[in-house]
Structure formats: C-alpha cells, structure tokens
Design a binder for this molecule. Structure first.
Ligand SMILES: [Zn+2]
Length: 80
C-alpha cells in the first residue's frame, strides 16, 4: 500500500469517526430532525460514486471497447 493510499484511508477513517461522533450527539439530544438535516446537507455529493469511473474500458488482449465502467478486462474470456 502506498503512502497516498494510507493517507486516503486515514482520511476516510477520520471522516467516519467524525460522523460517528456527530451521530452520537444527535442521538444524545434526541434530535432526529437535526440528523436528517445533516444527512440531507450532503445530498448529491455521493452521486459521483454511482457513475462509472471511466467513459470507455477495454480488453487488454484484443483491444475491444467495452463501454463505460470502473475497469477493463485482461482477457477475451472475460467479455462476450
Ligand atoms: Zn478481448
């Protein structure tokens, strides 16, 4: 794992812990509306995760274009 990966993982963990703390505080305050508002404030920011990472992917063996996706394939046996 590269240093960049380790730093990214640490940032994800840091954000996760911050979210856990924020969620805990909403629960302690019995503030369901506040929690829903906090979640709604991030609405739309996760859309990018639902989109394919690359507009075009390929087969490394034959070079065929396989369309949008997160990764290509290594051999023809992995596509139609
Ligand atoms: Zn192929």
């Amino acid at each position: 794992m590269s240093e960049i990966d380790e730093r990214a993982d640490a940032l994800y963990d840091s954000a996760y812990i911050a979210g856990m703390k924020a969620g805990w505080n909403f629960a302690v305050d019995n503030d369901s509306a506040g929690m829903q508002a906090a979640i709604a404030a991030r609405d739309g920011y996760l859309k990018v995760l639902a989109q394919p990472r690359f507009p075009q992917t390929y087969c490394s063996q034959c070079g065929r274009e396989l369309g949008p996706g997160n990764e290509g394939v290594s051999s023809c046996g992995d596509h139609k």
